[in-house]
Design a protein around this ligand. Sequence first.
Ligand code: BG6
Length: 486
Amino acid sequence: MSQTIGFPNDFLWGGAIAANQAEGAWNEQGKGASVSDVFLSGSHTEQRRASLDLSLDGHYPSREGVRFYDRYEEDIALFAELGLTAFRFSIAWTRIFPKGDEPEPNEAGLAFYDRIFAALRVHGIEPIVTISHNELPLHLAQTFDGWASREMIDCYLKLCRVLFERYKDHVTYWIPFNEINNLTLPLTVFMHGGIIPEDMIAFGDGSDDRTKRFQAMHHVLVAAANAVKIGKEVNPDFRFGSMTCHITLYPLTPNPTDVLLAQHDDALRNNFCADVQLRGAYPYYQLKWMRDEGISVDVTDEDRRVLAENTHDFYAFSYYMSVCASSDDAVAQTSGNIMGGARNPYLEESEWAWQIDPIGLRYTLNKVFDRYGVPVMITENGLGATDQLIDGQVHDNYRIAYLKAHIEQMALAINDGVDLIAYTPWAAIDIVSVSTGEVRKRYGFVYVDVDDNGNGTFDRYRKDSFTWYQNVIANNGVSSDRDDVQ
Ligand code: BG6
């Protein structure tokens, strides 16, 4: 039997959130409207309608989030009690530059994050900061067509400079873009890319201009590389993470056609951006695919130089699920966060039909570590599920089972030799779901008493998973194997 190595002593046990899903206070103390503030709530079956002039009646869940802006002290104290040694969160761009093109930042916004860093420091929690997570200023989307325009690079780098200078003594780990590969698919072209499809009336719809989308993708990649350059000038100890939404792909059958299709889709969806960010150039398969599809992107010699000279330091990814690739259109399909695929008959699904695949996490960890050879962080992983709050308690044994199974596979991957350094499950606390706008799709260790219409006390309750994860952290992952902590 092979010897078990286990989690390293300095392993970062964390939790994650994003500003637009947690903070609320969408127009307080100078904050501007972001792309996330225009969506009403929806559900798994009803798309989130968009109101670009912010005028539709209804409930806009991102505007209120779970009131982290007002209750961060209480929340960070809960995270400390949970035992978190890392906390991943994003900085709302529109708190710092409300419209995005102002010459000077908003001091009240910067001061808010000063307070967050101070609270984390008191509790010895390592911040992992996402600079852009579906929070680009609505004004930039409306003025420049978002990342389709090269001007966005300067607006973003102005934000980066301010953050790097202000927080250089508080942050080591920066993630320039959440799920940078999202623009390889049309679903989040507005929320992630700030491009407004002409006929968009709801989240994820509207016509897709692929040339524009991949031009935007290119600008994002160049912006991220420049962020690395500027950041290292400010503080050479900064560490930058390339972050991918990794939807692991298997061939549905051993039919070589399916195998080739899975390899192709995996390359274009999961590998392309990280290949650029960690290897410093567009990979051959991406260039060929764009050529074949007639997608011509403006790439300058200076862009190529910046990409080559400013690669990232670690690989981060979100992992919720896997899907299959099949050349047979008639096979059963399953849904997913940015893409679905053919249904895997060996896997169960969540209530929102995301396939649950813990072994796929070990497979993916080995894949990405082999490919890039840099430290790896799992910056999102978790189960969106409906919880029942009864007498102040939430018995979420399904969430414990999900996390336990994934942590076990992480331990096996470490044993395989993967340099896994952090795990920040989604989410540290209940937040608003991006795809549906629901709070009912809960991910947190901490329950927030609010419903999908924004009604509730917003009081916080520790779920059973809170006590369970507390035990996992206290035992550096060992207790995930023990039944008595479930
Ligand atoms: C990730 C995003 O893709 O999926 C998060 O980075 C998001 O912001 C998470 O919340 C889960 O998706 P959803 O749609 O359930 O919120």
